[in-house]
Write a protein that binds this ligand. Structure first.
Ligand code: MRU
Length: 346
């Protein structure tokens, strides 16, 4: 079953609305770069690679609107379009990576007409989308070697088709294992407060006929203690040069728990998620989201008015808890500082 979270056609961007899944399968259409930026901010689309792809199409939408007004105007507006898109979510580096890729394309082609540059930008965004699905297939192919027939895998948040151009990173590894005939079951953490695990991961896996059991986040320790988990696989929003990983809040706790119970803890991500410009996870900006996500469930208040609330969307798992990072270029093990660098220079 192919899930397409991001579609492009007739100069319009269509995003599968992840706020209302699994109840409704509806696409939201973005006609302007500001609408694309809002869709990222409001989590119509989410997941590091999907956010990057959407930003690239956001640039295309922005360029479409200004390309007919001459090159000087186009180039001036381009910076502003990128700023608006970059200000949506701070943690996933794929967003900045995709914008940088679009910027480089303009720099390398600035002698062309603005209409021609606009065409190039569209091909580049489509290429980013296509390459992402290919990367996920490679991650799946490398990572599935780590899975055995009969394994039960615990995952957190949604690092599946919905979080990417398609197929998924962590769920891509599971899908590839299943495609090879391995009988694999998944335990999906519900992932408070946005419920990516309960709503999205379970929806995707059910569509594919992969057995999935949802647990609340606070059940993970007990489930591991009962020896019901063979491995943990999660995605990543940003990986520092030393291998520290920012991912959905709650991932760090799983890393500690997996270590305590001697369960392998794997991170699956494309190399575009590695940020070599930062040395450790302490430098990764962590997004704070609205307190409403915690105080309300399905629009209903569950926390008394006036009570303080924290809502960091991500945490950082130190690399010492990570058994391996599965990328589209291969599997990396400790020491991450050295081996991540070696991976990209191969
Ligand atoms: O806040 P979200 O839903 O965008 O967070 C998503 C995650 O934390 C994912 O695990 C990560 O982006 C990897 S997606 C392949």
């Amino acid at each position: 079953m192919t899930i397409q979270p991001i579609k492009w056609g007739n100069g319009r961007l269509s995003l599968l609305d992840q706020r209302i899944l699994p109840g409704k399968e509806r696409y939201v259409e973005c006609r302007t770069y500001r609408e694309a930026a809002q869709a990222i901010k409001k989590m119509v689309v989410r997941g590091a690679p999907a956010v990057g792809i959407t930003a690239a199409f956001g640039v295309v939408l922005g360029a479409q609107a200004v390309s007919a007004r001459g090159k000087r105007y186009f180039l001036k507006r381009f910076e502003n379009i990128c700023e608006v898109l970059a200000a949506t979510r701070p943690t996933a580096v794929n967003l900045f990576w995709a914008l940088e890729r679009m910027r480089k394309l303009i720099e390398n082609n600035c002698d062309l007409s603005s209409v021609k540059i606009q065409e190039l930008l569209q091909s580049e965004a489509l290429k980013i989308l296509k390459e992402d699905v290919e990367s996920n297939r490679k991650i799946g192919s490398f990572g599935s070697r780590l899975l055995k027939d009969g394994d039960t895998i615990l995952t957190h948040c949604n690092a599946g088709a919905l979080a990417t151009g398609g197929y998924g990173t962590a769920l891509g590894v599971i899908r590839a294992g299943v495609d090879q005939g391995k009988r694999i079951q998944v335990i999906a953490d519900e992932t408070r407060p946005f419920l990516q695990g309960a709503r999205l991961t379970s929806w995707e896996l059910k569509k594919d006929g992969i057995p999935v059991t949802v647990i609340t986040d606070n059940m993970a320790a007990s489930v591991m203690q009962q020896k019901r988990v063979d491995a943990v696989i999660v995605g990543a929003d940003r990986i520092a040069a030393n291998g520290d990983v920012a991912n959905k809040i709650g991932t760090y706790a799983l890393g500690i728990l997996a270590g305590e119970h001697h369960i392998p803890f794997y991170v699956a991500a494309p190399i575009s998620t590695i940020d070599f410009s930062i040395q450790t996870g302490a430098e990764i900006p962590i997004e704070e989201r609205s307190s409403d996500e915690v105080t309300h469930i399905h629009g209903r208040r569950v926390v008394p008015r006036g009570v303080a609330v924290w809502n960091p969307a991500f945490d950082v798992t130190p690399s010492r808890y990570i058994s391996a990072i599965v990328t589209d270029h291969g599997i990396v093990k400790k020491p991450y500082g050295k081996n991540l660098r070696a991976l990209i220079s191969r």
